[in-house]
Write a protein that binds this ligand. Structure first.
Ligand SMILES: *Cc1c(COP(=O)(O)O)cnc(C)c1O
Length: 220
């Protein structure tokens, strides 16, 4: 299948899910996840109409970004963990950092000279390896971010424990949506290739889709 056909397929899935949930298609942003794919693939996706891209690794995107500098209306989001020693480079590269999970990181990002959109990555399971702030840490972290004049807190992001059964990830989506409502945050980044329908039904505003658009990621 061509990239164009896969984009159409994903678009179709988003539209059907939005309709089933009684939501408008425009409420949902497709974030094309391009980790491990070269800049040429991103350009091809751009030429086919995609505008929002999610990258996991600051260093990797730093090497791809120069080849994409002319895509003026493309928007890049960091969706992978950000180490505090990489905040300076990240600020030059990304419009949105979806993975803020500590006040220390927020304060570092605030040392920018321009407004930056941020989301909080929330850890909703006990999995050791997962990054993210625990739900009970949210009130203090939200206060800390809102005290940063250059940061605009737009929402919450989460990555549930892997399961190929959307019925297992749905409760995590529901929980994230509840938390966002509780704290008055409009955006919800949740849902990936295999469970974007469940995420949209639970209120997702940003689905992060890699494999369904670009196929299996190249092995390094
Ligand atoms: C890789 C990745 C995705 C995309 O996953 P697919 O299953 O390929 O759609 C989404 N979100 C994050 C945080 C990722 O690291």
């Amino acid at each position: 299948m061509s990239l164009q056909e896969r984009i159409e397929q994903v678009e179709q899935r988003i539209q059907v899910a939005a309709r089933n949930a009684g939501r408008k298609r425009e409420e949902i942003t497709l974030v094309a996840v391009t980790k491990k794919f070269p800049a040429e693939v991103m350009r091809e996706a751009y030429n086919l109409g995609l505008r929002v891209f999610g990258e996991n690794y600051v260093q990797e995107f730093a090497t791809k970004n120069p080849a994409l500098a002319d895509l003026a209306d493309a928007e890049f989001h960091l969706i992978g963990h950000l180490q505090s020693n990489k905040t300076k480079i990240a600020l030059d590269l990304f419009k949105t950092i979806q993975t803020v999970d500590s006040a220390k990181l927020a304060r570092r990002l605030n040392e920018t000279t321009r407004p930056l959109d941020v989301m909080i990555e929330v850890k909703l399971s006990e999995e050791e390896s997962k990054e993210g702030a625990a739900p009970e840490e949210l009130p203090a972290l939200i206060d800390a971010i809102r005290a940063c004049e250059n940061l605009r807190l737009t929402g919450l992001m989460t990555m549930p424990p892997w399961s190929d059964d959307p019925a297992e990830t749905r409760p995590y989506f529901r929980r994230l949506a509840m938390l966002a409502r509780q704290y008055g945050l409009p955006r919800l980044s949740m849902g990936m290739s295999h469970d974007l329908e469940a995420a949209i039904e639970e209120g997702s505003t940003h689905v992060r889709v890699g494999t369904a658009l670009f196929g299996a990621r190249p092995k390094p």
